[in-house]
Write a protein that binds this ligand. Structure first.
Ligand SMILES: [Zn+2]
Length: 74
């Protein structure tokens, strides 16, 4: 998985819509790519704001743990 592929599906990743194989690809790419982690961080910040503003549309709770795990793997 390269940066272009990752960023094309990163929204699906944030929405927890990826099938297992793609999810694993994204997570392992993020572990080794600071550029995509930064991109994900930006999206995360935006979604965090959305989550507080529209709590009824919040994504599943374990999604944030997955993201956190991916970001902390440096
Ligand atoms: Zn990348």
């Amino acid at each position: 998985m390269n940066c272009t592929e990752t960023r094309e599906i990163i929204h699906s990743y944030l929405n927890d819509e990826l099938e297992e194989q793609l999810l694993a690809g994204v997570v392992s790419h993020l572990a080794g790519c600071s550029g995509c982690r930064r991109e994900l961080g930006n999206l995360h910040t935006s979604l965090d704001w959305l989550r507080k503003t529209y709590p009824e549309q919040a994504p599943p709770g374990d999604l944030w743990e997955k993201i956190q795990g991916a970001i902390e793997t440096r």
